[in-house]
Design a protein around this ligand. Structure first.
Ligand code: HEC
Length: 304
């Protein structure tokens, strides 16, 4: 065999050595293409999974239904000194951090906010309004997009104390509270009627409660409605009941879900009063003659 016929393929080692430069160039090429397209590579990889906190169901605390203190026109114009003192206390603990101890909108917690927390000393540029209705609206609904939270958990009388504390101490020229203002605010928010706060039970509890109670309650309600229909002309108590309710179904299911009222007319009125607005009865119940309440009570007790 002559020397010329030797080729690199004859010796595997020579072959490997000869291919290294090519291999190097190919790998380098792949590397460059990869680095250039790093953005696309990342884009196409799986998106990061964000934890969705909105799916966490917070359990409601158990709380009894209640009528929050009703306020009257006089209180809206001038709450008691105790209420204003209470307002001062609430201001110091809940508002001063943003609105400043002197109401100038310069509290430490408000520096990063835009718009700045309101300076109560000027009447210009309020989002709602510096009058009673506007301030009530702010506390009821908040201006959440601007960082002002709602304070609707404050009972109506304390809210008035707070508003008047701000008016008396920080506002240079607070808009007058006229009868028209009071009418307007009462029409919007029914302050003089008292705010009804429905009771709450934990969601999980409510679901199992409904599953258990619903079928039975629906059956009882059906019977009660039929009896009411048949007696609505003949029985004075049934007639009185129909006149005393906004919604007979709601009123009947309210009475069916609660036995306390059956002790006597006094308990009956008490139970209704405790939950007026939410139980289907009208205020008329409290101006009815004793004998009428008796008749209505006797009818209901015998039919439910
Ligand atoms: C986290 C900071 C912060 C706290 C705490 C806070 N506020 Fe505010 N408040 C703001 C900001 C910000 C604005 C400005 C919103 C705007 O101009 O729309 C504002 C505006 C207001 C306004 C004027 C609304 C209008 O019509 O322009 C009132 C009234 C008010 N707050 C009352 C209160 C009261 C009362 C409290 C305490 C119970 C309170 N705020 C607590 C940040 C706060």
């Amino acid at each position: 065999m002559s020397e010329q016929k030797k080729s690199i393929f004859d010796n595997p080692l020579t072959f490997l050595a000869a291919s290294y430069p090519y291999l190097f160039v190919v790998l380098l090429g792949i590397g460059i293409v990869y680095v250039k397209n790093l953005g696309t590579v990342n884009e196409n990889s799986l998106p990061a999974r964000m934890f969705d906190s909105t799916t966490i169901v917070k359990e409601l605390p158990v709380s009894d239904p209640a009528i929050l203190t009703a306020v009257d026109a006089a209180m809206m114009k001038k709450p008691s000194d105790e209420l204003i003192a209470k307002g001062k206390e609430i201001y110091a603990t809940s508002c001063a951090s943003c609105h400043g101890a002197d109401g100038k909108g310069d509290g430490a917690a408000g520096v990063a906010l835009n718009p700045k927390p309101r300076n109560f000393h000027t009447n210009d540029g309020w989002t709602n309004s510096p009058d009673l209705t506007g301030m009530w609206k702010t506390l009821q609904e908040g201006i959440t997009k601007n960082g002002m939270a709602a304070y609707d958990v404050l009972p109506a009388d304390q809210r008035l104390g707070l508003i008047h504390y701000i008016r008396n101490n920080f506002m240079t020229d607070p808009p007058a509270i006229t009868d028209a203002t009071i009418k307007e605010i009462d029409e919007k928010y029914q302050l003089t009627k008292g705010t009804f706060k429905p009771g709450t039970i934990p969601v999980s509890g409510a679901v199992s409660f409904l599953e258990r109670e619903d079928a039975e309650l629906v059956k009882k309600l059906d019977t009660a409605l039929k009896s009411l229909e048949s007696k609505s002309k003949s029985d004075a108590g049934a007639k009185l009941f129909l006149g005393a309710v906004v919604d007979k179904k709601i009123a009947l299911s309210f009475l069916l879900s609660n036995e306390d009222w059956k002790d006597g007319t006094e308990s009956f009125l008490k139970v209704i009063k405790r939950n007026l607005n939410g139980n289907g009865f009208k205020y008329i119940v409290f101006s009815m003659e004793e004998s009428e309440v008796d008749k209505m009570f006797n009818y209901l007790k015998s039919s439910l």
